[in-house]
Design a protein around this ligand. Structure first.
Ligand SMILES: [Zn+2]
Length: 340
C-alpha cells in the first residue's frame, strides 16, 4: 500500500513539531519501562575482537527474540571504555577493566550509561563540547522517538556540567591510554571530530594498533536509510577526513565492525555515497519529486515501509534524498541545546 507523499510529510512534520516532546518522551519511557520486562530481555557479551586480543568488545541491547536483537557495541582498549552502551546494560559493564570513558556522541545507544559515572572521581569522562552541551542541557533526557525508547531506552540522568570528572576533547586532541603490561606505559590515541551522522560525533584513533574506534561513522557500506537529522555533506567530509589519516585498517563501529579491510570498506562507502549524490541531484534537476527519486535510487525502499511506520518517518531512504538536496532537519531540542 502506498502512503501518499503529502500524508507522509504531514505526519513527519507533526511528529517533529509536537508541542510537548519532553512530556511525550517521558510518558513513552514510563509506559515502556513497565511493559518491557515482560516482552524482552537484556543481553550482553564481552570478549576480545577476533583480530586483536588487546581490544575487547562489549555488546549489549534488548532482545525481543533470537532474531529481534539490535545491540550496540562499546569497546575497551587498555583502560579506556569507548561508549557506554544502552542504559539497561550498565550493571553488565566490566567495571574493573577501565577508568577512562570516551563518548563518541550523544545517541542513547552510546551514551546510555554515562550519567552513572558523573561525579565518580575514580573515572575520567571525555566527550566533545557539543556532546556535553546536549547531555547537560537536557540532563541526558533529550526527547526520543518511540522506536528509540523501544530499542535502547533513554540514557541515565546526566548532571555532568557541574561535576569535575568530565573533560571536553577538541578535534585532534591527544588522549592516551595506559598499558599495564611490561611495567606500564602510555599508548598514543587521538580524538577527531567527525560530524554528519550526529553533529557532535567524534572518533578515536590508535595508530599503534592500526585501529579506529568509529562510533557510527561507518554503519555499513551501502546504507539506504538515514535519520532525518543526518547531514549527507558532513558525512562525506568526515569520511574524506578519516581516509586521509594513516595507520588504521581495523574499523570498530557500534553496529557493523570491520575487523580487517576497514579502510577499503570505508573507501567503498565513499564511492557509494558519491554515486548516489550525483544520481539524486541529477534526477532532481530532471524534475522528479523527492519520493520518486527515493524509489528510483533505493529500490529496496519498498521494504522500508514497515520501518517508516515504526519510526514515524524518522528513518527512511527519503531522508537521504532530502539530506542531499536540502540538508538535515535537526531535532528542535538538539538545535536548542547547541545554540549558545
Ligand atoms: Zn548514532
Amino acid at each position: 500500500m502506498l502512503i501518499p507523499t503529502d500524508l507522509r510529510t504531514l505526519v513527519l512534520r507533526h511528529y517533529q513539531s509536537l508541542r510537548h516532546p519532553v512530556l511525550l518522551s517521558n510518558l513513552t519511557h514510563s509506559m515502556l519501562s513497565t511493559l518491557l520486562p515482560y516482552i524482552c530481555t537484556t543481553k550482553t557479551t564481552y570478549a576480545s575482537i577476533p583480530t586483536n586480543p588487546k581490544i575487547k568488545r562489549f555488546e549489549g541491547g534488548r532482545s525481543f527474540s533470537p532474531s529481534l536483537y539490535f545491540p550496540a557495541s562499546s569497546y575497551i582498549f587498555n583502560n579506556l571504555l569507548i561508549d557506554t552502551s544502552p542504559s539497561g546494560c550498565y550493571t553488565h559493564l566490566p567495571f574493573s577493566d577501565f577508568n577512562r570513558i570516551l563518548l563518541t556522541h550523544h545517541h542513547e545507544d552510546h551514551s546510555g550509561s554515562v550519567g552513572r559515572f558523573i561525579g565518580d572521581d575514580s573515572h575520567e569522562v571525555y566527550m566533545s563540547q557539543q556532546t556535553l552541551d546536549i547531555m547537560s542541557k537536557t540532563k541526558g533526557h533529550f526527547p526520543m522517538q518511540f522506536y528509540e525508547h523501544l530499542l535502547y531506552s533513554r540514557p541515565a540522568r546526566f548532571d555532568g556540567e557541574s561535576k569535575g570528572n568530565v573533560s571536553v576533547v577538541e578535534d585532534g586532541a591527544y588522549l592516551p591510554t595506559y598499558d599495564e603490561g611490561d611495567g606500564g606505559r602510555e599508548v598514543e590515541g587521538y580524538v577527531y571530530s567527525t560530524p554528519g551522522h550526529a553533529q557532535d560525533m567524534v572518533i578515536y584513533h590508535v595508530p599503534e594498533e592500526n585501529t579506529l574506534f568509529a562510533g557510527d561513522l561507518f554503519l555499513n557500506e551501502n546504507r539506504f536509510f538515514f535519520r532525518s537529522d543526518e547531514c549527507f555533506d558532513s558525512i562525506l567530509s568526515s569520511v574524506d577526513k578519516i581516509l586521509k589519516l594513516e595507520d588504521w585498517d581495523t574499523l570498530l563501529c557500534a553496529h557493523e565492525p570491520v575487523f580487517e579491510g576497514g579502510r577499503e570498506a570505508l573507501n567503498r562507502k565513499r564511492e557509494y555515497l558519491t554515486a548516489i549524490q550525483v544520481k539524486i541531484k541529477s534526477l532532481h534537476q530532471e524534475g522528479f519529486s523527492d519520493t520518486e527519486i527515493s524509489s528510483i535510487v533505493f529500490k529496496r525502499a519498498t521494504s522500508m515501509r514497515f520501518l517508516w511506520v515504526m519510526c514515524g518517518g524518522d528513518v527512511s531512504p527519503l531522508n537521504i534524498v532530502r539530506s542531499v538536496l536540502y540538508g538535515p532537519v535537526m531535532r528542535n531540542n538538539i538545535k536548542t541545546a547547541l545554540l549558545k
